[in-house]
Design a protein around this ligand. Sequence first.
Ligand SMILES: Nc1nc2c(ncn2[C@@H]2O[C@H](COP(=O)(O)OP(=O)(O)OP(=O)(O)O)[C@@H](O)[C@H]2O)c(=O)[nH]1
Ligand SMILES: [Mg+2]
Length: 389
Amino acid sequence: MVTNLPAEAKAKWAEVVACRSIPEKIRLMREFISLVPKHKGTSNLLANVRRRIAILERELERQRSRKRGGYGGFSVPKEGAGQIIILGPTNAGRSSLLTSLTSAKAQVSPVYFMTKKPIVGMMSYQDIQFQLVEAPALIKGASEGKMNGPQILGLARNADGLILMVDLSTDPVGDFVMLRSELENAGIMIEKPEGEVEVIRRISGAGLQVVGTGSFVDCTLEDVRRLLSSYRINSALIRIRGKVTLETLEESLFSSLVYKPTILIANKMDAEGAGENLARLKRFMTNLKIPLIPVSCRNGEGLTRIGDYIFQMLRIIRVYPKEPGEKKPSHRPLVINEGATVIEAARRLHSKLYKEFRHARIWGPSAKYPGQRVGASHVLKDGDIIEIR
Ligand SMILES: Nc1nc2c(ncn2[C@@H]2O[C@H](COP(=O)(O)OP(=O)(O)OP(=O)(O)O)[C@@H](O)[C@H]2O)c(=O)[nH]1
Ligand SMILES: [Mg+2]
């Protein structure tokens, strides 16, 4: 619970947000901490701010080392329907997975730490493609800077989803615990929260605009307006998913936490002792909302199921545009987020369709009957055919 912060603290936070220089921001954040009363209700908030300070300090260190000629960050431009980073300890079989699912050339080897830079491959799934990226191995202490840890975790932070890979021939539970804790230390959550909310500040005075598939459960838009205004935020885009409370919204202002949809792939099912280790891992994962897929990259077992899991985790849908008068739709779908409406599809297809939008016709899962005429706010479903007038 973070409500009832002193006005001084809220004003200081507005300064933190407005500040563009990292050293200055760190200083302001420390001042903010000194203005927050210390008790149970503020401990989460303080932990979040301290974590942000730690992340900024590492970023500062990285910038300095780059200036000294050190290696900068890893970054992979996104392609296809979603970017998935494959994370795991060394030797788990990340390169084996990448080469099994894509045509990328990664070196598979019993030698530890073979992969030193991200390797990218495109995976075909039905009529779309996913971009898979093998990250170099993640080790304990990565979030504190070991073995390119910050660069690897930076990749993960920017991804659309994660594949965590563990090794059934050794200690898959230990692998998973290590990966989860390094991600957590870097502010990356892998378990789906009840509700998600992000406040994107805008400079122009367009007021508050709420978008997304979620809703506020315990407050009105007026409450939201009042709360944000106490942080001097009067113009913002608020993106929500799931059930969001006023408290979650307020915490999001301080938090650098992000949620990344995640699947866990347990590799080397063919290896000796894998059965027992898998049983142990399953027991450990019982109460976690993360899908577990046992596979063997060596004999191919389990690999064909991965595409469905990735598609579901990305929370995307495919919509097939059709020209008026044409019988058949395009076989190249538009890939958009779950919950997207007709007008968002129009905007993605063509700015002219968007500006001059009148109505659309829909065939498929979201249509009550074939060719149903719908307006801008109609919510689309995977497999819909859309004709825009
Ligand atoms: N038994 C068995 N061995 C496997 C399987 N998949 C990969 N291996 C072996 O595990 C070793 C490591 O595989 P890689 O794919 O190179 O592992 P990695 O995670 O990319 O490792 P680094 O990049 O070196 O950190 C190799 O000797 C592979 O042949 C599998 O399903 N079963
Ligand atoms: Mg590798």
